[in-house]
Design a protein around this ligand. Sequence first.
Ligand SMILES: Nc1nc2c(ncn2[C@@H]2O[C@H](COP(=O)(O)OP(=O)(O)OP(=O)(O)O)[C@@H](O)[C@H]2O)c(=O)[nH]1
Ligand SMILES: [Mg+2]
Length: 445
Amino acid sequence: MVLDNLGVSLRDALRKIASANKIDKAVVDEAVREIQRALLQADVNVKLVMTLSNRIKERALNEKPPAGMNPREHVINIVYQELLNLVGHGADLTLKKQTIMMVGLQGSGKTTTTAKLATYFQRKGLRSAVICADTFRAGAYDQLKALCEKQGVFFYGEKGNPNAPQVARNGLEATKKYDVRIVDTAGRHALEADLIQEMKDIHTVVNADHKLLVMDAAIGQQASEQARAFHDAVNITGVIITKLDGTAKGGGALSAVAETKTSVAFIGVGETPADLEKFEADRFISRLLGMGDIKTLIEKAQEIQTDEAVDVDALMKGRFTLKDMYQQMEAMNKLGPLKQIMQMLPLGGLGVELSDSDYQMTKDRLDKFKVIMDSMTEDELNDPKMITASRIKRISLGSGTSSENVRELLKAHQAMQKAFKGMRGGMGKMNMKRLMKKFGPGMKG
Ligand SMILES: Nc1nc2c(ncn2[C@@H]2O[C@H](COP(=O)(O)OP(=O)(O)OP(=O)(O)O)[C@@H](O)[C@H]2O)c(=O)[nH]1
Ligand SMILES: [Mg+2]
């Protein structure tokens, strides 16, 4: 999805922290610089980026890690928390009787989102009604009416009446018995005085429980200024970011949250009424940082542990002998392709580049490796580095395979060893289960 690039860069920065021998000023500075670069590239507001990076720096260097957390984990956790602060903690649009007013620039997705929201509440068992207070754009009435009718949502509008506040008032009167009433308003190209005035007038009439600012994910750096203007006019209570299914960077819209001191309530991920997701900040950040799937991995590993002892921690521990490799390959064959497993690890597998074909062992290939290993001495199995050309020849003869086969095995071992080393270094002494616990809120569901 969008923000993929941001995720990749942030994971890079975290990986540096995770693989540092020691957390000192230089390490923190460099990681923070990378985080800055990543956020700026995603169009997050410059001022926000500066505030955030200063806070990370300050906390990383001054705060003592809580008991049971090593300095690397501590710093990663700080980054996680500060990013969470940046996007807010999810606006509280609970399932209750309420009125909602939608505001935003022209084309930001207000009308579409109005229908989506009405559908959302309706599916949760609340009765929704929609009021069209966009008397500015000719097609607005028909557009919203059609969307509502398709979803079985009650629609109120007055075609031909140019007085938006009046339509809103009448609409509220007509929809009294509904649980959730959503008022769609007109957008304009830019923030013009007449839009602001009309919005304020509607706001006075509607006095909504929630004033939601709808922002296109593509809005970029001007988002904060726009958000401020809307906030000053109607006191925004939450933000909806639309078109996150597209290719925009999204960081600008995220910045609107800080500007309005609110949270993202929902995100729009498509054009149909179902393409609306409730925004869960911790989940979002976990996903961005690649921590989202650890739970799946652990569960998967635990399932297998019952019959075939696979300890995920052990994958990253100790010396990696040929015997270990065989065991791991056997185990991992059960888990699925190594690459997929690695990607499920925290921080996106710590950037270890693997190609599936190299690691996906067929049963045949494993069997062959087993035969080859049977012809090796104990020393060779424990320290494959000692396997010289002449030993390769002996092993291939003894196992009835070719020298190529033996080399293939050694190559696979080396690559895997390297991969695990990367992970081991990267994870520090991080314990997967502890890590999960720590990032627990993000691991829900
Ligand atoms: N891909 C995608 N398209 C969206 C999303 N939300 C809205 N759109 C599209 O964006 C366009 C504008 O949406 P509208 O809902 O009409 O925007 P608006 O803010 O009401 O526009 P005005 O009323 O003219 O100010 C439409 O073509 C929508 O289908 C989304 O989350 N994803
Ligand atoms: Mg509209």
